[in-house]
Write a protein that binds this ligand. Sequence first.
Ligand SMILES: Cc1ncc(COP(=O)(O)OP(=O)(O)O)c(N)n1
Ligand SMILES: Cc1ncsc1CCOP(=O)(O)O
Ligand SMILES: [Mg+2]
Length: 295
Amino acid sequence: MRGLFDFEGEGRRAMGKLNDFSLYVITGENYHPGRAISEVMEEALQGGADIVQLRDKTSSPQELLRKAQELKALTRRYGVPLIINDHIELAIEVEADGVHLGQEDLSLQEARRLLGSSRIIGISTHAIEEARAAELGGADYIGVGPVYPTGTKPGVKPVTLDYVRQVAAEITIPFVAIGGITPGNVDDVLEAGAKRICAVSAIVGSSDVKGTARLLSERVRSSRGSVYAPKEIVVNGRPETVTARTVDQLIARYGLQGRKLVVELDGYIVPQDEWAATQLFSGVKIELVHFVGGG
Ligand SMILES: Cc1ncc(COP(=O)(O)OP(=O)(O)O)c(N)n1
Ligand SMILES: Cc1ncsc1CCOP(=O)(O)O
Ligand SMILES: [Mg+2]
């Protein structure tokens, strides 16, 4: 049911390949001393986080395993994917939904070999060449950041909103803007073309984790437009204004019902049994490929 932006009690489910998402929240235990990781991440999930990453640079392997298992149980309960930062072997051990890798980590090809095609691989990028390589290499999403200076990765030079704009214009796979994003600057990031954002400190360091997650999540979702309003989308490379709310309605609009079709939405192949449930938002790129004739 990718493409559905439902949350809190509306039966989110994930697992396996990446569903669409708006708000990606990464753990950062130093921001909530005295509070358990699962308690804080549960509040983020209640606020609308729709993908969670375990990022921990200091724990022992045993502690990491325990935290990964705890977050696996939690994310399963909320039906959202769990991604493990850096440690592919841990992702495999706890059967997480995927791994996030930096430019200095294991290669994308090796990670894909180890994880198989059904798990998610995210790659950090800081320049368009890295983004192109990740897309070509089969990454499921890319990180774009740090957009702003951030205490979570001190001393790292920001990529700036210019890079967000560049990726938004060129890259087809989902990208998530990350780094120093707060309720105060999220609108600028969305304005630059981000459709998904990721945060650590603004959320897990907030005195109202759930409220901040909700606020950020709603900003992202509303920037993507109402599914009921006419929206600008790109169909087979051509800009179109459509009122279709779902993939099956768009197929009907083009008179392609009953035809043998492959549907690709923002780089994902949408299985036929999900066409009716997959919503169209402003800015999506959809390819409708139909097969003509026999043989
Ligand atoms: C979603 C997301 N984007 C970027 C990163 C950063 O990964 P990396 O460059 O490997 O740096 P560390 O997080 O390992 O310090 C991320 N973790 N998640
Ligand atoms: C892990 C990571 N990668 C690029 S920026 C960043 C840190 C994001 O944390 P914050 O949201 O606190 O700036
Ligand atoms: Mg890393």
